[in-house]
Design a binder for this molecule. Structure first.
Ligand code: M6P
Ligand code: ZN
Length: 189
C-alpha cells in the first residue's frame, strides 16, 4: 500500500477521504434510556445524532484504522446525543480518541463491571485500554468532534452494548450535566 494523507476540518469533523456513515435517532431506538422520547423524535424529524468517517483500510493487524466522528448537540429526553458505543470484537484491542472541538464525556466500562468517565475537550487525548467498551457523549452546545485511531483487527461488537447498555448514562438535569451511576459505591466485583 502506498502512503496517503487525508485532510480534516477540526470544526466540522469532515474528512477528505474515507467512508461516511450517519446515525439518526431511528437507528438508535434501543440505545437511549427514554424509549418514548426516542420514538417521538424518530417519528417527528428523526434528527441526525452523529456521523463518522473511517478510512477504508484492510481490517487486519498491522494496519491502523482511523477516522473522525462528529456528534451533534442535542438531547433525547434528558440524555445527551451520543454514539452507540461498542466493545471491540477482539477485546484486547485499545483505541485513542483525540478531541478537536466541542465538549464531551467518554463513558467506558468493562465486562467485569468496572466503569470510567473521562472529560473530552479540545486538546485532550483519551486512551481506551483493551477490554473497555466506549461511548462518547456531546455535553456541549456545539458539535463534538474527535479523531479516533485503533488497530486494524479490532472489529466492532455492538450486540453486547445493545443488549445490556452502559451502566453510566450522561444526562442534562436542569441545565447541569450529570453522570448517572446506578452503583456509585462500586459494583463490589
Ligand atoms: C469512533 C471510533 C469508530 C466508531 C465511531 C462511531 O470514530 O470508535 O470505531 O465506529 O467512533 O462510534 P460507534 O461505532 O460506537 O457508533
Ligand atoms: Zn472502538
Amino acid at each position: 500500500m502506498h502512503p496517503f494523507r487525508s485532510d480534516i476540518d477540526f470544526q466540522s469533523g469532515a474528512m477528505s477521504r474515507g467512508v461516511l456513515r450517519t446515525r439518526r435517532v431511528s437507528d438508535m431506538l434501543d440505545y437511549f434510556a427514554d424509549k418514548g422520547a426516542a420514538r417521538e423524535a424518530a417519528e417527528d424529524r428523526d434528527p441526525l445524532v452523529y456521523q463518522y468517517t473511517t478510512i477504508d483500510l484492510p481490517e487486519e493487524s498491522g494496519h491502523v484504522l482511523h477516522g473522525m466522528t462528529t456528534i451533534y448537540p442535542g438531547l433525547v429526553g434528558r440524555e445527551y446525543y451520543m454514539t452507540k458505543g461498542h466493545y471491540h470484537r477482539e477485546r484486547a484491542a485499545g483505541e485513542v480518541y483525540l478531541c478537536l472541538s466541542g465538549l464531551g464525556k467518554l463513558v467506558m466500562e468493562r465486562e467485569d463491571g468496572e466503569t470510567a468517565v473521562l472529560d473530552m475537550e479540545p486538546g485532550t487525548a483519551c486512551y481506551v485500554p483493551p477490554y473497555w467498551a466506549h461511548r462518547a457523549c456531546n455535553v456541549g452546545e456545539k458539535p463534538l468532534v474527535f479523531f479516533a485511531s485503533f488497530p486494524g483487527h479490532a472489529g466492532h461488537d455492538y450486540g453486547t452494548v445493545e443488549q445490556y447498555g452502559f451502566a453510566n448514562r450522561v444526562e442534562n438535569h436542569g441545565g447541569k450535566t450529570v453522570v448517572i451511576d446506578p452503583m456509585p459505591e462500586g459494583r463490589g466485583l
